[in-house]
Design a protein around this ligand. Structure first.
Ligand SMILES: NC(=O)c1ccc[n+]([C@@H]2O[C@H](COP(=O)([O-])OP(=O)(O)OC[C@H]3O[C@@H](n4cnc5c(N)ncnc54)[C@H](OP(=O)(O)O)[C@@H]3O)[C@@H](O)[C@H]2O)c1
Length: 338
């Protein structure tokens, strides 16, 4: 199969590219050449910016046709419209990498199924939902056939693991050093994590698979972990001491550190669990890499590449100290004898 991947050298797309090559596809990766590639030799590399719509579409006109195009860098309606212009009549299928953030947080029912209404609450989720609409509209005209894949949090070698305040690696150093870890709320909201190889296998199984045309699939982790368990799993995977978790109400984090806490206020404080049965049926999706195993692999890669930042940022300790003072002030003010 002749397969184009837009991206191809990123976190998830590297796994997809490798697995496509393993399957024997003739693979082309289109990207700007800014990200250091970790993909096999033999993958044809095309340079360009997909945001430069005119140049991108002209390049695709001469590079195509493709049996399948996997679009990993489509976030805004303009990107999706450009993809339709580029690939209508020139690709047998377009696979759009969407996200579970197209659903409302909190959702009405769990686990969330693909049949549930999409009511995105973030700009990112709204952009992806609009792209889905544009691309599934093109699918109805068969120009081209479209498959939508909605991963949830996906991690692995080449990236890091998220934490209450986002994506930096300093949390890993704090855990390794046995320093206390701030957790949003009581740490009991449910979260999933899926390793790039499991997610990548689902994309490859979708490529060229007519059963997937016009449909959307969740491809997400299947260990429904509380955030408390998530952090304990990181510590176990790093052979670090069991972390001391400092629980602070999410709303308070949002007031004390609105920028850093934005992601836990908007997202992590709510349950994020999804039904993968459609992907299991049509894509043979299996969750095979446990959180513990995935953490081990990811941390080994980060260590090997010197990518774990030191935990010198005083933010976390200041926050914990302020929270403890608040508790003491409250107890004094309320006089627990009464
Ligand atoms: N990781 C998660 O938890 C998660 C969850 C749900 C959905 N997703 C979705 O997964 C996709 C990200 O895939 P990924 O992990 O492979 O991405 P990534 O790690 O962010 O890498 C981006 C890839 O796209 C290329 N690229 C970026 N901007 C480009 C542009 N303007 N034109 C051409 N190429 C460009 C990059 O190479 P150059 O820098 O060399 O251009 C690189 O190959 C997104 O659509 C995201 O919404 C991720």
């Amino acid at each position: 199969m002749r397969t184009l991947i837009i991206g191809g050298t990123g976190l998830i797309s590297t796994a997809i590219t490798r697995l496509l090559v393993e399957r024997g596809d003739d693979v082309t990766a289109f990207n700007r050449g800014l990200t250091a590639p970790r993909i096999p030799e033999g993958v044809e590399q095309m340079r360009g910016d997909r945001k430069d719509y005119g140049a991108f579409e002209a390049a695709m006109r001469t590079a195509g046709p493709f049996d399948c195009v996997i679009d990993m860098v489509c976030f805004a309606p303009g990107d999706a419209e450009s993809a339709v212009r580029a690939f209508a009549g020139r690709a047998g299928q377009l696979i759009f990498c969407s996200t579970v953030d197209v659903y409302a947080k909190p959702a009405d029912r769990y686990p969330v199924t693909e049949a549930q209404a999409r009511r995105p609450v973030s700009g990112y989720g709204r952009g992806k939902a609009r792209c889905e609409d544009i691309l599934l509209g093109a699918d109805e005209r068969g120009e081209p056939a479209v498959t939508v894949i909605r991963p949830a949090f996906t991690y692995g070698e080449g990236g890091s693991v998220v934490h209450t305040f986002g994506w930096g690696t300093e949390y890993l150093d704090r855990i390794r050093q046995g320093k206390p870890i701030v957790v949003h709320g009581d740490g009991s909201s449910l979260w999933v994590a899926c390793h790039v190889e499991d997610v990548g296998r689902a994309f490859v199984a979708a490529a060229g698979n007519q059963a997937t045309f016009g449909k959307a699939y969740h491809v997400t982790g299947e260990e429904w972990m509380t955030w408390n368990r998530y952090y304990e799993g990181i510590a176990e995977g790093m052979d670090a001491p069991t972390p001391t978790l400092v629980h602070i109400p999410t709303e308070l984090l949002g007031r004390a550190a609105p920028t850093r806490a934005g992601v836990c206020v908007d997202n992590f404080q709510f349950n994020n669990i999804f039904d993968n049965s459609a992907a299991a049926r049509d894509l043979g999706f299996r969750y095979t890499i446990s959180w513990l195993e995935g953490v081990r692999r990811t941390v080994a890669w980060l260590d090997e590449h010197g990518r774990i930042d030191g935990s010198d940022d005083p933010f976390h300790d200041r926050l914990i100290a302020a929270w403890q003072r608040l508790g003491e002030d409250m107890a004094r003010e309320m006089d627990p004898q009464n």
